[in-house]
Design a protein around this ligand. Structure first.
Ligand code: HEM
Length: 402
C-alpha cells in the first residue's frame, strides 16, 4: 500500500540514527558530516522514467503536506494560465531535485529534496476562465450533494490545485511559498490546508499509516502490482479528452473527526464500526492486516462478524460494483474549536480514473448509513483533473493549453 511502502528501505530512524553516528566515530570519520538518515537525500523524480503520471499519486505518503487551491486573477486568460503552469512546472522540477532558486528565502537551505512531490490539478471553473469549456472532461462535473455534507464554499473547489508533500516540513513550506510567489499577478490563493503523516523511521519497520482515530488506514488500497491498477486509477488511452490520457482525478475532502465522541467508544465498538482490529488492522474475521475480509462469515449469534454497516464492508469494491480508488490522505489538526473540540481529522485525497464510478459511488453508499459517518463531518470538497506528467521540455497541461 502507499502507507506500507512509505518507509521501505529509505530510513534509518531514531536509535538507528544514533548508531550511525557512533559507527562513524569509531571509523575515524567526521561524525558531524555523517548522514543520520536518507530522509533528506531521497528524491522523487518530477518526470518519471516510464510512468506517464505526475508524482504524488503513487509516491509513498510523506510526513508533511499542503493542499492549496488558487483562482486565476481577474483578466488572466488562457495564455496567462499556460505561462503560470510553465513557471510552476519548472519550479517543481527544480525543487523536487533539491535545487533552490537563486533569489530565495533560504528556508530549505541545508535540506535535500526530502521526497518532495508537487502535483498540479485543474478544477471545473478553470475551463470557464480560460475559454476551454469544450475540453472540459465530463468527469469534472460537480460532485452530487451528500446528506452529511456541511461544506464551506470558501474552502472548496478552485481553478487550480496543488498538492505538496515532503518528509521535511521546512521543505514543504518552502515549496508552497515559492509556488505562491510564482503565481503572483496571475492567480490568487483561494484556500490552503496543512496535513501530516507519520515520520518515516518512527516505526521499527515499514507499516501502514494510522489516522487520528488510531486506525490503521490504507490497508485495502489498490496496489500498483494489481493487474487492473492502471485502469482504475489512471485515465485510459481511449479517453475523449486526449490531453488527460495518463492523468487521474483527485477528490479532496476535509473531513473533521468528532474525536470527543469517538474516543468515548470502547475498543470493541470502534472495531465493529470499521470491521477491522485496531492494533494490527486485521479484519474481524481473523488473520493479519493483509488477510482478505470474509464478508460472508457469521458468528455464534448468527450475525455477520463484520457488521452490515461496518465502514470497510460498506466501502469495499464488493459492495460497490467493483468501485475502487487510491486513498492517499494527510491528517490535519488546526487547533481547537470554540467548544473545545479538536478541529482535526483527515484531508482525504483519493485518486481514480472516473470519480463518478469510484468516489461518488462509494460516498453515496457510506452516506446512506455506514457506522463511521456519525463520527465525521465533511467540511470542504474539491474535484480536480490532474493531467499526465510534463513531457521533456514541456509543462503540466501543455497539450491542453497550447
Ligand atoms: C477503508 C477509515 C473516509 C473509502 C477504511 C479503513 C479505515 C478507514 C480504518 C480500513 C483499512 C483500509 O483498508 O484502509 C476512514 C476514515 C475516514 C474514511 C477515518 C474519514 C475520516 C472514507 C471515504 C471514503 C472511504 C470518504 C470514500 C468515499 C474507503 C475504502 C476502503 C476504506 C474504499 C477500503 C475498503 C476495502 O476494500 O476493504 N477506511 N475512512 N473512506 N475506506 Fe475509509
Amino acid at each position: 500500500t502507499v502507507g506500507a511502502a512509505g518507509a521501505a528501505g529509505l530510513v534509518v530512524g531514531g536509535a538507528g540514527g544514533a548508531l550511525g553516528v557512533s559507527a562513524a566515530r569509531s571509523a575515524g570519520r567526521d561524525a558531524a558530516h555523517e548522514a543520520l538518515t536518507t530522509i533528506g537525500s531521497t528524491e522523487v523524480p518530477f518526470r518519471q522514467a516510464r510512468a506517464k503520471h505526475q508524482a504524488g499519486i503513487t509516491t509513498p505518503l510523506q510526513a508533511s503536506g499542503h493542499l492549496v487551491a488558487f483562482d486565476l486573477a481577474p483578466g488572466a486568460d488562457r495564455k496567462a494560465a499556460a505561462a503560470l503552469l510553465r513557471r510552476w512546472s519548472r519550479t517543481a522540477e527544480e525543487l523536487m531535485a533539491g535545487r533552490t532558486p537563486d533569489a530565495d528565502t533560504g528556508v530549505a537551505l541545508d535540506a535535500g529534496p526530502s521526497s518532495l512531490s508537487i502535483t498540479f490539478g485543474l478544477g471545473h471553473s478553470f475551463f470557464d476562465r480560460t475559454g476551454l469549456q469544450k475540453q472540459r472532461p465530463v468527469q469534472l462535473d460537480p460532485l452530487p450533494e451528500f446528506s452529511a455534507d456541511a461544506l464551506d464554499p470558501d474552502r472548496s473547489n478552485g481553478d487550480l490545485w496543488i498538492q505538496i508533500g515532503a518528509d521535511d516540513a521546512l521543505v514543504a513550506f518552502h515549496a508552497l511559498r515559492t509556488l505562491q510567489k510564482d503565481a503572483a499577478g496571475s492567480a490568487r490563493l483561494r484556500w490552503q490546508m496543512n496535513g501530516f503523516n507519520r515520520t518515516p523511521g518512527a516505526t521499527a519497520h515499514p507499516m501502514t499509516a494510522r489516522n487520528l482515530m488510531g486506525q490503521v488506514d490504507g490497508t485495502n488500497n489498490p496496489k500498483p502490482s494489481d493487474k487492473d491498477f492502471d485502469e482504475r486509477i489512471f485515465v485510459g488511452r481511449d479517453a475523449d479528452q486526449a490531453w488527460m490520457r495518463g492523468g487521474s482525478y483527485a477528490v479532496v475532502r476535509r473531513i473533521r473527526m468528532l474525536l470527543d465522541d469517538w474516543e468515548k467508544r470502547s475498543r470493541h465498538d470502534q472495531e465493529k464500526i470499521i470491521g477491522r482490529r485496531k492494533d494490527n488492522g486485521a479484519p474481524l474475521t481473523g488473520g493479519s492486516e493483509t488477510t482478505p475480509m470474509r464478508l460472508e462469515a457469521s458468528g455464534a449469534d448468527g450475525l455477520p462478524v463484520i457488521p452490515a454497516n461496518a465502514h470497510a464492508r460498506v466501502a469495499a469494491p464488493e459492495s460497490n460494483q467493483g468501485a475502487a480508488m487510491l486513498r492517499r490522505p494527510f491528517s490535519f489538526h488546526d487547533g481547537f474549536r470554540e467548544d473545545g473540540a479538536p478541529d482535526a481529522g483527515l484531508l482525504f485525497v483519493c485518486w481514480q480514473a472516473d470519480p463518478l464510478r469510484a468516489f461518488t459511488q462509494v460516498q453515496r453508499k457510506l452516506d446512506s448509513g455506514d457506522a463511521l459517518s456519525p463520527f465525521l463531518r465533511h467540511e470542504a470538497s474539491g474535484l480536480f483533473a490532474v493531467p499526465p506528467a510534463a513531457e521533456p521540455g514541456g509543462y503540466v497541461g501543455r497539450p491542453l493549453l497550447e
